[in-house]
Design a protein around this ligand. Structure first.
Ligand SMILES: O=c1ccn([C@@H]2O[C@H](COP(=O)(O)O)[C@@H](O)[C@H]2O)c(=O)[nH]1
Length: 275
């Protein structure tokens, strides 16, 4: 059996800290970096962002949508980034938010977690709207290949609440958290589970309100919202204190806005802020 993703992630956090560098080639950022908004521009953008992250962060998180804008040429740039990151020894978490019925989910799983697949990543984000059970092909392939899956729990955007909080004390979000805990408890949760949750840094106060037990099954917690969306390290320390060791904190625009020359320093500052 390969080393589990939970174990690999815990090792990466111990070695490089809990920052995850988001690589989001928004058109305005690409232009601000003096690059053309085409596949070649994305390639150069990704390469500089990767170099800023290597050795200074636990993982990178490319935002797949922003590569998909350029069709197959954009995805080729993403494939190159993933290969370069693998070569550099930094974990890759592709933010693709995939989700479908089980038989189709198997296709997504092969694409993002399959051994030797062009877009193969260490982990991928998935949506549980069709049921956590429908994600089984991804969870199973991840376990087989030593990869990880991050399931949307409570997201950082204000619009998420209407769906995710639905059900009150037995909310949709709570059921997702419970299903992820059950999977990790059955398949391994030491030092961390290999199935994680996305829990927005901006909605940390909702954890208690919804009665979410984020410690059960030790899911890694990806907490978008730190930086550009307004959440601070103080917010994270207040709301996530009992599960601090499970945190993988992504930041994209707040690092990328520093530009190609300033990005490495921005990464170092954020990493220090989260230490
Ligand atoms: O709940 C969620 C889930 C995913 N995201 C993604 O994270 C980054 C955040 O970027 P910033 O520039 O650091 O705000 C982006 O790729 C989102 O699609 C999220 O924000 N919230």
């Amino acid at each position: 059996m390969p080393e589990s993703f939970g174990s690999r992630l815990a090792g990466a956090i111990a070695a490089h800290g809990r920052l995850c560098v988001g690589i989001d080639p928004h058109p305005a950022l690409v232009a601000g970096w003096g690059l053309p908004d085409d596949a070649e521009g994305l390639r150069r953008f990704s390469s500089v962002a990767l170099q800023a992250a290597v050795g200074n962060a636990a993982a990178i998180k490319p935002q797949v949508a922003l590569y998909e804008r350029h069709g197959s040429a954009g995805l080729a740039a993403l494939e190159e980034l993933l290969a370069d990151a693998r070569e550099a020894g930094i974990l890759t978490l592709s933010d693709a938010k995939r989700g479908d019925i089980g038989s189709t989910m198997a296709g997504y799983a092969e694409a993002w977690l399959g051994e030797g697949s062009p877009l193969s990543s260490d982990a991928v984000t998935v949506s549980p709207y069709l049921g956590v059970g429908a994600l089984a092909p991804a969870l199973e392939l991840a376990a087989k290949n030593g990869c990880g899956v991050f399931v949307l729990g409570i997201t950082s955007n204000p619009e998420g609440q209407r769906v995710q909080h639905a059900g009150g004390a037995d909310s949709a979000a709570k059921r997702v958290v419970e299903d992820v805990a059950a999977w990790n408890l059955e398949h391994g949760s030491t030092p961390l589970g290999s199935v994680g949750l996305v829990v927005g840094a901006t909605v940390g106060e909702d954890i208690a309100a919804l009665g979410l037990d984020l410690a059960a099954g030790a899911p890694p917690l990806l907490t978008p919202g730190y930086g550009a969306q307004g959440a601070t390290s103080a917010d994270l320390r207040r709301d996530f204190a009992p599960v601090w060791d499970q945190l993988l904190v992504p930041a994209s625009r707040s690092l990328l806005e520093a530009g190609p020359e300033g990005m490495r320093d921005a990464v170092l500052r954020a990493s220090e802020d989260l230490a």
